[in-house]
Design a protein around this ligand. Structure first.
Ligand SMILES: [Zn+2]
Length: 445
C-alpha cells in the first residue's frame, strides 16, 4: 500500500458482496484495495473517517438530457453536472436530443464534446441518435465512442429528431447489429397514440388517457420481434406500462438481448396524486396508477426491469403550462433521484444494496463502463457518502438545475448526500463544489 494517497473508512461500505465495515484505499484516482475496517493506514495517506455514514459507489445515470449546446436556457453541462454531483451521481450519459445540434453525426458529437469539456463536474459520456436519415453515420459514431444509439418510435417532441417507422427501425437496427452496438428506444407506438382520445386541458386523467399503456406494449412487442430476428441488443427506455412486463420477461427467458430501465417518477409518484394543471408531473410515457407502480417494483425485484435512471429532461418554467397536451414533457430528477428511490425502496423493504445495483452497477454494465459501478479494487474511486436515515424536505430553491421546477417539491425524503467523490477527489460537500473535474468518457470496448 506504499503509494496509497487516500483511505476512506466507514462502518457501512457497500461492496458487491454486501455491506460491511471496511477501509477503502485509493491511489491515482482508483480503488487499490477494500480492506478490513481496522487496517493500518499508510503514514503518508490521508484518512477520511466517515463514521456510520454509508460509503457507496457513485451513481451512473445513463439517461440525462443536458440540452447543451442549443437549448441552454433549459439546462447545460455546468448546471446538470452540479445537480448530479449534489445527488450522488458521478457519471452521466447525455441523450442525443434536445441539444442543437443533436448527436447524430461525428461532427455534432465533436461540437457537444467541445462544449462539455470544461463544464463537467462529473464524468460524461454520450449517446448517439438514430434518425431516418443517418444510417451511414451510425458506424462512425460508434467508432467515435458513443455508448449506443437512441431512437423514437413516435414523435420525439422536437422537429430535428424525427422518429423511425418500423422499416426504418429494421434498417437502423440491422446496421447497429452489424457492429454489435446497442439501440435504446423510446417505445410508444404512434398509431395507438393517434387512436387515443386527445382532449387537452388541465386534467391529468385526460392526459393519462392520451398515452395509453397499449401504445407502450405494442411498441415493445415490435421491438422484441426485431431484436430477435436480428439478434440485436436493444434497451427499453423509461418503462411505465406494467402490462408490458410479461412480454419482456418472456423475451428475456428466450434469450432475446433486451434490457429495461424505469425512472424514479414512475416508482415514487402516482397518477392519483397529480393535481390538475400540474405539468411538472408531465412526461411521456406518463406516470400511471398506484397499482401499476406496485408491479414495476415487483419487476425490479425479480430482475425483469434492470435499472433505474432519471430521464432528467427539463425546460424553462414557461413551457410548463397548465395544459397537459401542450406543456413540455419531462421531469427534472437529477439531484433527487437517489433520495426519491431510496425513500420508496426503504418503505417497500428493499436495502440500499438494491438501490446501488439498480442505479450504479447495472447502469454501468449497460454502457460497458467496467471502471464504474462498484467499490472494488481496480475501479474508479467514485463515491457517494450518504446518511440514509436522515430526511430533508425538497425545497426547489436548493436545486442546482438551471430551472428549479420539480415534481418533488415539498416531499420529505430519506437519504442526505453528505459528499460526492470523483476519482478520489471530493467534488461536493455541504453544497460547496470544486472546479469541474469531470472527464469525457468513450465506450470501453
Ligand atoms: Zn429521455
Amino acid at each position: 500500500m506504499s503509494d496509497v494517497e487516500l483511505v476512506l473508512r466507514s462502518t457501512r461500505v457497500i461492496t458487491p458482496e454486501g455491506t460491511r465495515p471496511a477501509t477503502v484505499a485509493v491511489a491515482d484516482g482508483r480503488i487499490t484495495a477494500v480492506l478490513p475496517y481496522d487496517a493500518d493506514v499508510p503514514a503518508d495517506a490521508r484518512l477520511e473517517d466517515l463514521g456510520d455514514d454509508v460509503l457507496m459507489p457513485g451513481l451512473v445515470d445513463t439517461h440525462v438530457h443536458v440540452n447543451d449546446p442549443g437549448r441552454t436556457e433549459w439546462e447545460g453541462f455546468w448546471t446538470a453536472t452540479r445537480a448530479a454531483a449534489a445527488g450522488g451521481i458521478t457519471t452521466l450519459v447525455d441523450m442525443p436530443l434536445n441539444s442543437l445540434p443533436p448527436t447524430t453525426t461525428v461532427d455534432n458529437l465533436r461540437t457537444k464534446k467541445d462544449v462539455a469539456a470544461d463544464k463537467a463536474h462529473i464524468d460524461v459520456g454520450f449517446w448517439g441518435g438514430a434518425l431516418p436519415v443517418n444510417v451511414k453515420d451510425l458506424r462512425p459514431l460508434h467508432e467515435s465512442g458513443v455508448f449506443g444509439f437512441k431512437a423514437f418510435l413516435s414523435p420525439s417532441g422536437v422537429d430535428e429528431f424525427p422518429h423511425l417507422n418500423q422499416d426504418q427501425l429494421a434498417q437502423s437496427l440491422a446496421e447497429i447489429a452489424s457492429f454489435d452496438g446497442l439501440l435504446i428506444v423510446h417505445a410508444e407506438d404512434p398509431h395507438h397514440l393517434d387512436a387515443a382520445p386527445q382532449h387537452g386541458g388541465p386534467k391529468y386523467a385526460d392526459f393519462l388517457a392520451s398515452r395509453p399503456r397499449d401504445a407502450e406494449d405494442t411498441a415493445i412487442a415490435q421491438l422484441i420481434a426485431q431484436a430477435k430476428r436480428l439478434n440485436a441488443r436493444v434497451h427499453v427506455l423509461h418503462l411505465s406500462s406494467s402490462d408490458a412486463l410479461p412480454l419482456i420477461a418472456e423475451a428475456k427467458a428466450e434469450g432475446v438481448r433486451i434490457t429495461v430501465e424505469t425512472c424514479p417518477h414512475y416508482l415514487t409518484l402516482t397518477a392519483e396524486e397529480v393535481p390538475d394543471g400540474a405539468s411538472e408531473f408531465k412526461c411521456c410515457p406518463p406516470i400511471r396508477e398506484a397499482a401499476n407502480q406496485d408491479l414495476l417494483w415487483q419487476a425490479l425485484a425479480d430482475g425483469t426491469i434492470d435499472c433505474v435512471v432519471t430521464d432528467h429532461s427539463p425546460s424553462t418554467a414557461d413551457l410548463k403550462t397548465d395544459d397537459f397536451a401542450t406543456a413540455w414533457g419531462g421531469i427534472s430528477g437529477l439531484q433527487l433521484s437517489l433520495a426519491a428511490v431510496w425513500t420508496e425502496a426503504r418503505r417497500r423493504g428493499h436495502g440500499l444494496e438494491d438501490v446501488v445495483r439498480w442505479m450504479s452497477a447495472r447502469t454501468a454494465a449497460l454502457v460497458g463502463l467496467g471502471r464504474k459501478g462498484a467499490i472494488e479494487a481496480g475501479r474508479d474511486a467514485d463515491f457517494a457518502v450518504l446518511a440514509p436515515d436522515e430526511t430533508f424536505t425538497v425545497d426547489p430553491a436548493a436545486l442546482q438545475h438551471r430551472n428549479r421546477v420539480t415534481a418533488y417539491a415539498g416531499k420529505t425524503l430519506y437519504g442526505v448526500v453528505k459528499s460526492t467523490w470523483l476519482r478520489g477527489e471530493r467534488i461536493v460537500a455541504d453544497g460547496e463544489f470544486t472546479e469541474p473535474k469531470g472527464q469525457l468518457l468513450t465506450r470501453d470496448h
